[in-house]
Ligand binder design. Structure first.
Ligand code: NAD
Length: 261
């Protein structure tokens, strides 16, 4: 049998776990036998999902280190060893470097996107891994757990108006290799997923958003459709269970390459 990090009987924490990619990840890990802490700003959706999967909801603002510390403490006290630290919380923002009105990009908006997407991922990865380090090794390799961060292909090839978003996601990509090197000492692997266009509530709901999503499909190579959150969660599970996946930045995008607009 292949060596594989066991999910059953462990604990996991998923930021942004109330919706979209995070919610699908919560369901997949819970179905595999983990006690999952849903760490999200959205109390209503987060509590409902935690109840559905027998997990725990921790109201969390990932940009606030104290809030993340409290959520990680909750996950670590779930009665099973905390092994999986998954960052899915994120926000979008569209503004050009210099707008058509001649105004430079707003400083506060840039900072907010960096705070949530980049500092939020840093907070959960570092505070979460410190808690994973306090568990007993799970196998003969000395493996204790896995960190998975969510960037975006916009962090590799940002489009017009994606200055702040791409900077935040590029930062997450940049943290991957040094974090994997740092956390090797405690038996923790780190991988970053760069999704393309995945059908989640991030694109809103209703006819206008359906029309927008239909346009987004055009440059997808194959299969000619948006990705699904369940496919993302399947990749998270594969990255956890394959012990040799480490320090990797993985495109998950149906072959799409972004054009400037
Ligand atoms: N859907 C896509 O096409 C796509 C593509 C590339 C990258 N991503 C990234 O994937 C991640 C998940 O996106 P999604 O599509 O599932 O979006 P989503 O809007 O469905 O879910 C994001 C979740 O993050 C939570 N959140 C936002 N700010 C937070 C904060 N400060 N603290 C804690 N939670 C917070 C929201 O409440 C929400 O539940 C994001 O980081 C996004 O940038 C998504």
């Amino acid at each position: 049998m292949l060596p594989a990090m066991e999910i059953n009987g462990t604990a996991a924490i998923v930021s942004g776990g109330a919706s979209g990619l995070g919610a699908a990840t919560v369901r997949a890990l819970a179905a595999a036998g983990a006690k999952v802490t849903v760490a999200d700003l959205n109390e209503q959706l987060g509590q409902a999902l935690a109840d559905e999967v027998g997990g725990i909801f921790a109201r969390t603002d990932v940009s606030d280190a104290d809030s993340v510390r409290a959520a990680v403490d909750t996950a670590a006290a779930a009665g099973q060893p905390l092994r999986f630290v998954i960052s899915c919380a994120g926000i979008g923002w569209a503004q050009r470097t210099v707008g058509r009105d001649g105004q430079p990009h707003d400083r506060a908006a840039f900072g907010k996107v960096i705070d949530v997407n980049l500092i939020g991922t840093f907070n959960l990865m570092s505070i979460g891994a410190a808690a994973v380090a306090r568990t007993e090794p799970a196998d003969a390799d000395g493996a204790r757990g896995v960190v998975i961060n969510t960037a975006s292909i916009a962090g590799l090839e940002g489009q017009t108006g994606q200055l702040a978003y791409s900077a935040s996601k590029g930062g997450i990509i940049g943290m991957t290799v040094p974090a994997a090197r740092d956390l090797a000492a405690i038996g923790v692997r780190v991988n970053t997923i760069c999704p393309g266009i995945i059908d989640t509530p991030i694109y809103g709901a209703g006819p206008a958003s359906e029309e927008f999503k239909a346009k987004l499909v055009a440059p997808v190579v194959f299969p000619k459709r948006l990705g699904t959150a369940a496919e993302f969660a399947q990749l998270v599970r594969a990255l956890i269970e394959n012990d040799y996946m480490n320090a990797e930045i993985i495109r998950f995008d149906g072959g799409i390459r972004f054009q400037p607009k």
